[in-house]
Design a protein around this ligand. Structure first.
Ligand code: PPS
Length: 295
């Protein structure tokens, strides 16, 4: 483990993956975590739609009851597995001790760092993936407003860091490939941000069936409505307005920023796009994950 001594939180490399230093310190305890078989794990590379998926799952588990799902901030309703107590009142692991299964657990860890207990207990896991170009744009803005991690720096160099795996939670390419390869063996439901945007009802129903739930059309329609970008953006229990400005400074960029597919087109120059695509082809060869960069 190599430690960066800079004052502002920086990354520490754990088994080849960059993690924020306070999360890296937690990782042995996280690896030893033993879930309950009814716990539901939601995984994603950062900025790929994990908040959206958590909100859908919480509503599914509570029969689409909006009031119940506003009982607490989303960070309380779903534990962030690897979070430390440095920036939150409690670490993810301490929070889990106080929750009653079935618990919703969110992680950004790549599959090789997921505690084996999840596979041993055959927990259900939903992995949400988003196309690389929109993910890097969202991640760039997030670095600007997230005061708990390194600064974004210029866009051009940020894209370079994304391609070379220097950002938190490692390379996007390895992340999405790792879960894709294991999805059948480990019974992971692999969903796409773009599919959720295209046909949210279809995807909510897929998640519902995977969770062995059967809800009425009326309830499903309500869940779809409650989890639109517009509605989540104004939901104080989902839009992260509950965290302090020292954590997320939303006067810079909102957590619920744009929620679009294809926003990358307003950020990449044609040259940047061509270079990114060339690198993508190399890293994603021999695997066919049906990502879409536009609808
Ligand atoms: S985090 O910080 O890694 O947990 O972020 P994550 O929640 O995974 O991803 C944040 C992006 O998802 C967008 N988002 C949504 N898009 C569409 N519909 C809904 N309901 C929704 N909820 C969150 C959010 O706006 C971030 O994307 P960008 O492109 O930055 O807007």
């Amino acid at each position: 483990m190599s430690v960066n001594q800079d004052a502002r939180p920086d990354f520490v490399t754990v088994k080849g993956i960059n993690l924020l230093d306070h999360i890296a310190k937690n990782i042995d305890a996280v690896s030893a975590f033993c879930p309950h078989s009814s716990d539901i794990l939601i995984g994603a590379y950062p900025k790929s739609g994990s908040t959206w998926t958590v909100e859908i799952v919480d509503l599914l588990l509570h029969n689409g009851d909006a009031e119940t799902c506003r009982r607490a901030p989303i960070t309380v309703r779903a534990a962030f597995l690897e979070a430390s107590d440095r920036l939150r009142p409690k670490s993810g692991l301490d929070q889990l001790k106080e929750m009653v299964p079935p618990r919703i657990i969110k992680t950004h860890l790549p599959i090789q760092l997921v505690p084996v207990g999840f596979w041993e207990k055959k927990c259900k896991m939903i992995y949400v993936a988003r196309n690389a170009k929109d993910t890097v744009v969202s991640y760039f803005y997030f670095h600007d407003m997230n005061k708990t991690g390194p600064e974004a720096g210029p866009w051009q160099s940020f894209v370079h860091k994304f391609m070379s795996g220097e950002l938190g939670w490692g390379t996007w390419h390895d992340h999405v490939k790792g879960y894709w390869r294991e999805r059948e063996k480990k019974n992971i439901l692999y969903i796409f941000y773009e599919d959720l945007k295209e046909n949210p009802r279809r995807e909510v129903e897929r998640i519902m069936r995977y969770l062995d739930l059967s809800l009425s059309d009326e309830v499903i329609n309500r869940i779809v409505e409650l989890t639109t970008f517009q509605n989540m953006k104004i939901n104080p229990m989902a839009n992260y307005s509950f965290v302090s400005k020292n954590t997320y400074d939303q006067s810079i960029t909102k957590f619920m920023r744009k929620g679009q597919v294809g926003d990358w087109k307003t950020h990449f120059t044609p040259e940047q796009s061509a270079k990114f695509d060339e690198d993508y082809e190399k890293k994603m060869k021999n695997i066919n994950i049906p990502f879409r960069t536009q609808l």
